[in-house]
Design a protein around this ligand. Structure first.
Ligand code: KG4
Ligand code: ZN
Length: 377
């Protein structure tokens, strides 16, 4: 059976055709995976403008859907179901995909499967590498989320850690803006950091402990012992502020914290030497990657995980990929990361999560709605 998948949660309009293979160890294959990126539109504004994103999805969705069928060399009669991202994400963007997916399914009498965006990122791992050795500790690290899941059985995702403030991708995007590197910030920092000295600055890698009285209830209650549970949460806002202070010091300008959010904050970045920018980017990246891997591997060891997975847009980061492999070797735990095309937002991963859900819980009703926030568990 072929599944048509649609993803429009942020600024990528995506459609894909995924097929079942009949092989339980490697259950799905990709027949097509089409992504129309809106990055060029949002770059001008320094970040995603929700209203522009929704409008561009409306323009692109039909063409992207047709391209997905064409590239798979099939027609709509060969499709057995429609999987679509229901949330979380920008609600106006999600609505375009949800309306398109529901209308297509209804008009063709096909089952429709609403999919959680993060389930898609997690299942990109199985799509690329086959079923992971379980139990597995899977880190989803994207522009909107930094969440650690424990998976003991396929399709059941238990949240054991998450960011208390910014997502890692968000921190990349904000720091890139501060350094005058533009949008999207992750790939820009990744590129520039290669020429920098990652020891030039010792940015704080915040460590959350059980002594933190403002801490919310630990997510991992009952899975990890309490003293470990709180330590697997993440925090990136302190790191972001440390970079801001340094840039202020180095340039004598005063880009205040609000400037991190405002569109025109790259004046300070323009005043820095290229080598300074590279050193700051490399040092920032070292701190982020350490924070992500420390917690993920610590939790994996505690839980006796037989694999570690890392998915989501930030998993495209070259330093994260290299360091994760090295950690995996030193911990003796195999590490799985999707290929680049499946790291950042795409519809193939939504098809994979759609198949997982269809085979375990069946299709959904047509009355579901787009949801800007939505729990995975
Ligand atoms: O998963 P994704 O495509 O969209 C969301 O679900 O948010 O992730 C986008 C995030 C952005 O913050 C982007 O800057 C970051 O992933 N990203 C990267 C890299 N490529 C994309 N971050 C670091 N290094 C990269 N190479
Ligand atoms: Zn995503």
């Amino acid at each position: 059976m072929n599944l048509l998948a649609i993803e429009t949660s942020c600024d990528e309009t995506a459609a894909a055709v995924i097929a079942e293979t009949g092989d339980a160890a490697r259950p799905w294959s990709i027949r097509s995976n089409v992504v129309a990126s809106q990055a060029a539109i949002h770059r001008e504004w320094g970040g995603v403008v929700p209203e522009l994103a929704s409008r561009q999805h409306v323009r692109d969705i039909c063409g992207v859907y047709e391209a997905a069928l064409d590239q798979a060399s099939i027609g709509i009669d060969d499709i057995g179901g429609v999987a679509v991202t229901r949330g979380p994400g920008l609600v106006g963007s999600l609505l375009v995909g949800v309306a398109f997916g529901k209308a297509l399914a209804w008009s063709r009498g096909l089952p429709v499967i609403p999919v959680h965006h993060l389930a898609g990122h997690i299942e990109s791992l199985t799509l690329a590498h086959g079923e992971l050795p379980l139990p597995s500790a899977v880190l989803v690290v994207s522009g909107g989320h930094t969440s650690l899941y424990f998976i003991q059985e396929p399709g059941r995702y238990r949240l054991i850690g998450r960011t208390r403030d910014d997502a890692a991708g968000e921190a990349y995007d904000k720091v890139a803006k501060l350094l005058g590197l533009g949008y999207p910030g992750g790939p820009a920092i990744d590129r520039v950091a290669r020429t920098g000295n990652d020891r030039a600055y010792d940015f704080p890698a915040s460590r959350l402990t059980h002594a933190d009285r403002n801490a919310p209830r630990a997510t991992a209650d009952g899975i990890l012992p309490p003293e470990i549970a709180r330590r697997v949460d993440f925090s990136f806002s302190g790191l972001k502020t440390a970079v801001l202070r340094l840039v202020r010091e180095r340039t004598g300008t005063n880009p205040d914290v609000r400037a991190l959010k405002a569109a025109a904050s790259d004046e300070a970045g323009a005043m820095l030497q290229a080598s300074d920018v590279a050193d700051i980017a490399a040092s920032f990246q070292r701190a982020v990657v350490h924070a992500l891997l420390d917690r993920t591997f610590e939790a994996a060891r505690w839980l006796g995980a037989r694999s570690v997975g890392i998915a989501g847009g930030v998993s495209a980061n070259s330093r994260l990929r290299a360091d994760a492999d090295a950690r995996g070797t030193s911990y003796g735990i195999p590490v799985f990361i999707p290929p680049l095309a499946l790291s950042t937002d795409n519809a193939a991963m939504i098809g994979a999560a759609g198949f997982r859900k269809l085979r375990s819980a069946g299709a959904g009703e047509l009355d579901f709605n787009a949801e800007s926030s939505l729990n995975l568990e």
